[in-house]
Every structure is written in C-alpha cells, then in structure tokens.
Design a protein around this ligand. Structure first.
Ligand code: GTP
Ligand code: MG
Length: 338
C-alpha cells in the first residue's frame, strides 16, 4: 500500500496537491462528530457506540439508520447527514478524478495466473468478490489462500476471517504459508478469526470490523466471510420469512460494501448453491441469496469441479471485465495453474 501511494504521489500535479490540501483543511475543520450541527457530546458517544466513528460514516448513513443509532429525530438526522456530506465534498466527481482514485486500488493475488487474469489482475480492493458453488468446489480454500497472500502483499496488514461453518483451519494456513515461503507464525498472527454462531452474530461481527479499524487502529486489508449465506439459509425457512431474511442480508451486504469502499479493503464472500427444480434445460444450480447478494457483489464467480481434480472458476458478473473461465488445481501449497 505504501508503495502504491508513493507511486501515485509522484504523478500528481501541483494543482492537484492544492486541491488535496484544501480538502484536508476542510476535513480538519469538521474532523469531529461534534463539529456537525445538532451533535453534542452524548449523541456523539451514542453514534460512536453504534459504529459511526467518523464524518464519512455519518455521511454514508441513511436518515433512519442514523436516527436509530443516535436517538435523533429523522429530520435532524437528515440535516446532520447533509452537513456531513457537504463537509466531505461528497458531490459529483469527474471521470478523470475517479480514474485517479482507481489508481489506489490494489489487486490481491490468488496465486493462480489464470484466475488473476480472469479478475483483471487479482481480487480487487474496494469491492466485494463472491464465489458461489457446490460443496468441495474450493471456496473456503480460496479464502484461506487469500489470507496468506494478503500477508505476503503487506506483512503489516490484517485479514479478518468471519467463519460461520467452523471450517477455518490454522494447520492449513501453516501449509499454505510454507507453500509461499512465508513464516507461518507471522501469517497466523495477522489473521483474526471470529466464529459466527448465527446470522445475528455474523451481522454484528461484520459491523465490529469498523471498530477494529477506527478504535483499535488495526490495518485491515482483507475481510473474508465464509459462508455468507449458510446461517441465513438455515434460519429462515419457508416463503413467509423470506422478506425478513433478505432485509437482514441486505443490511449485512451494505456493511461489507461500506467497509470495502471506505477503507479500500478487499472483501471475499462465499455462497452455496441450490438446485432449482423448475429448470429442465441448462444448469439448474443457482446461488443462494437472490438479487440482494447478486447485486451487492461487485465480482461474482461460479466455482465448479473440472477435469482430473481441477477447479474451474467462471466470472459471471463484473463491472468492467468480460465473462470467462480460469482453471487451476488446489494443492497443498496453494493454487496451481493447469
Ligand atoms: P463447502 O464449504 O462445503 O460448500 O465447500 P467449499 O467450496 O468451501 O470447499 P473447500 O474449499 O473446503 O474445498 C475442499 C477441497 O479442497 C477438498 O475436497 C480438496 O479437494 C481440496 N483441498 C483441501 N485441502 C487440500 C490440500 O491440503 N491439498 C490438496 N491437494 N487439496 C486440498
Ligand atoms: Mg467451505
């Protein structure tokens, strides 16, 4: 990351430096939550407790979220959000500014050249990448491999691994770390694993990541949620509860997306598939979570078993890359190209 920012700094012009300075001054002026109109010390405390640590977090909230978190009326909440937004200059940006911003995006290597190529260089930061597929298709393995590669890319940074199925194995991390020549102990120290016992717990754990970054000063550059949907699927059975499930899942995805874009970190989530009984032609498998998960994921991959024990990843959705497939083996040392 340090390397990347140095590279980018070299390219900025004098004019851009002045703009950045002006922005920084503006941010400094309203650096505290209490600088926002209508936010006193006690409301600020409540907001922080609810995970709103910065002006940016407030600016990204909806009026109802903020009013619930801070015990404010909706009209006040709306005013606060609008003040936060103008303080941060959250208006429209021109295409060239966005292109400049995209230079800060990192690509986390999967270890397989063909998979990296499929993803335009690797797993993108500031985005959610979802892998869905049948059992044993390699989704969990991918998460473990990314955690190790995240260490290799930046030994100072942390991976947060939210494990819902009790499939995180430190022994496997040791194997994979040795596979890339990294010190297993150091790698394990940089992975914070949390076991989620049910969907509520899972949602809270994801929200807690913001605290780890803002309060504990943890430098987090990868968040893995394995599996994103298993608890939701098990807990909400039947059509009657579907709306409730989707609402909760939506909130969860929103939390993950906010983390990704506010902290320019990678989010990797896994998802199971179900067989649709009404599909007679073509592939009847479909990812769990419906439109909510489909739309919230920036990149979607379908993992399946290939020939001779290989795994095939198909990119089925991406904002800027063509559909395509990558083929690789899961080996003791990590991914290997076919
Ligand atoms: P579910 O969570 O059940 O939906 O499956 P998943 O997609 O998460 O599968 P997972 O990533 O757990 O893949 C398990 C498969 O990875 C195993 O069946 C093995 O084929 C492979 N695998 C796991 N560990 C090793 C290993 O150390 N060496 C090799 N060669 N393969 C491994
Ligand atoms: Mg798994």
């Amino acid at each position: 990351m340090a390397g990347v920012s140095v590279m980018v700094e070299k390219q900025v012009t004098k004019e851009q430096v002045t703009v950045t300075k002006r922005k920084e001054e503006k941010e400094q002026k309203v650096g505290e939550l209490t600088d926002l109109p209508g936010i006193g010390d006690s409301t600020a405390d409540k907001l922080r407790e609810a995970g709103y640590h910065s002006i940016l977090a407030v600016a990204a909230a909806t009026p109802s979220e903020l009013s619930e978190a801070g015990g404010l009326g909706e009209t006040v909440a709306r005013k606060v959000i609008s003040a936060a937004r103008s303080a941060l200059d959250m208006g429209f940006q021109s295409g060239d500014e966005l292109l400049e911003k995209r230079k800060l995006i990192r690509k986390l290597s999967s270890g397989s050249l063909s998979l990296n190529t499929l993803l335009g260089g690797g797993f993108e930061s500031g985005a959610i990448t979802e892998a869905f597929g049948e059992y044993g298709s390699g989704k969990t393995q991918m998460g473990l491999i990314l955690a190790v590669n995240n260490f290799v890319a930046d030994p100072e940074s942390y991976t947060i691994f939210i494990d819902t199925e009790n499939t995180f194995r430190p022994e496997r991390i040791v194997q994979l770390a040795k596979g890339v020549g990294a010190d297993p102990d150091l790698v394990l120290k940089r992975i914070k694993v949390a076991r989620a016992f049910n969907s509520d717990h899972q949602v809270l754990l994801a929200e807690r990541v913001e605290d780890l970054i803002a309060n504990d000063g943890l430098k987090v550059s990868l968040v893995v949620v394995d599996s994103l949907t298993a608890h939701f699927r098990a807990e909400f059975i039947g059509r009657g509860t579907l709306a409730e499930r989707q609402q909760k899942l939506n909130r969860h995805m929103h939390t993950l997306m906010k983390l990704a874009s506010m902290h320019n970190l990678c989010v990797y989530v896994t998802n199971q598939v179900m067989v649709r009984p009404d599909v007679f032609f073509g592939d009847p498998t479909e990812a769990i979570g419906g439109h909510i998960v489909a739309h919230a994921s920036t990149f979607r991959m379908y993992f399946r078993r290939g020939k001779k024990g290989s795994r095939v990843a198909k990119l089925v959705d991406s904002p800027n890359l063509p559909e395509g497939e990558a083929c690789f083996f899961v080996t003791e040392a990590g991914l290997k190209d076919v």
